[in-house]
Design a binder for this molecule. Structure first.
Ligand code: ZN
Length: 163
């Protein structure tokens, strides 16, 4: 093997090796963050699974009702199957309710609903940020000389004109 080829091969090995080792370093560094992320992701996945299950049960109930109306199932069969489906649906809804509250940052609407359920006030429009309010206060200028003035100033600090 020529030296240059050997060097390239070595570089390739190191490059691939770095990729293989990288996750382990990351896992050490951000283990806590990773755990949080995984928990949130698993809750999201659980919720998605339950919602899919719920939709499946709803569809099954609709189908069953349709079959009953078109005389495809007997009274007893209908009553028995519908009871089973509704019980299944209730169970799924209870599991959905039991899931941990969503990360407020993940979905502002969900967070708002959660606040509303807790009986806290719901703010529909964001309040002006303090920085913006301060900027608005500071944005006063003397009508005569144009010098900047503070909110509480009654006279221009530059020329003495009444503000
Ligand atoms: Zn002035």
């Amino acid at each position: 093997m020529e030296p240059i080829t050997a060097l390239l091969a070595l570089a390739a090995v190191l490059f691939v090796g770095a990729f293989i080792v990288q996750p382990f370093f990351n896992a050490e560094g951000g283990e806590r963050a990773g755990r949080e992320r995984r928990r949130a992701a698993s809750a999201l996945r659980q919720r998605a699974d339950l919602l899919a299950e719920r939709n499946r049960v709803y569809a099954a109930i609709r189908d069953l009702d349709f079959d009953y109306k078109t005389n495809k199932v007997s009274d007893e069969e209908y009553a028995e199957q519908r009871y089973r489906l509704v019980a299944e649906g209730v169970e799924i809804l209870q599991m959905l309710d039991a899931l941990p509250a969503d990360d407020p940052d993940a979905d502002p609407l969900e967070a708002m609903i959660a606040r509303y359920r807790r009986g806290e006030g719901v703010v529909l429009a964001p309040e002006p940020a303090p920085a913006r309010a301060a900027a608005a206060r500071a944005a006063r200028y003397c009508p005569r000389c144009g010098a900047a003035a503070q909110a509480g100033d009654r006279f221009c600090g530059s020329c003495g004109t009444r503000l």
